[in-house]
Ligand binder design. Structure first.
Ligand SMILES: [Zn+2]
Length: 151
């Protein structure tokens, strides 16, 4: 065991850290698990972004209407997908720098349950709530963001 490597005095410090941070830092294996999930989601988002509607314009008014609906849907899906790609890229970047799983605002370890629900999250729940409250105050619509953030 590497942690048993000498200095018995270290133990007290470690205990204090555990009290302050009930959630331990992610192990490499756990980060790998999240990375795989994110890579799958990244592929899915890229498939959506690669989609395009047929170039021909329908002549029948009914077809035109449904084509417009399809286009609106696709534009919306691709907006979400672009947002998704940005979030995933940021998370993957954090994995590279070893910051993955730490709250960007307060630096605390984000609970595993939260990361499992949304592996791209960069904030712990408290900071996320604070951010949302702030956005609401500034009148930013979070309905759209929520749609993207929550699966
Ligand atoms: Zn936080």
């Amino acid at each position: 065991m590497a942690s048993r490597n000498g200095k018995a005095g270290k133990q007290a410090v470690a205990d204090d850290e555990v009290k302050q941070k009930p959630e331990r830092a992610l192990k490499a294996k756990e980060v790998d698990k999240f990375r795989r999930i994110l890579e799958i989601r990244l592929n899915q988002a890229q498939v959506v972004l690669a989609k395009s509607l047929p170039g021909t314009i329908a002549s029948d008014p009914g077809d035109m209407a449904s084509q417009e609906t399809d286009l609106t849907q696709l534009v919306h899906d691709q907006q979400c997908a672009r947002q998704e790609v940005r979030r995933i890229s940021a998370a993957l970047q954090n994995m590279k720098t070893g910051e993955y799983g730490e709250c960007k605002a307060c630096g605390e370890q984000i609970p595993r349950s939260r990361l499992s629900a949304e592996p791209t999250t960069l904030l712990c729940l408290e900071c996320k709530k604070a951010q949302e409250a702030e956005q609401q105050k500034r009148g930013v619509s979070i309905g759209y963001l929520r749609h993207v953030v929550e699966i």
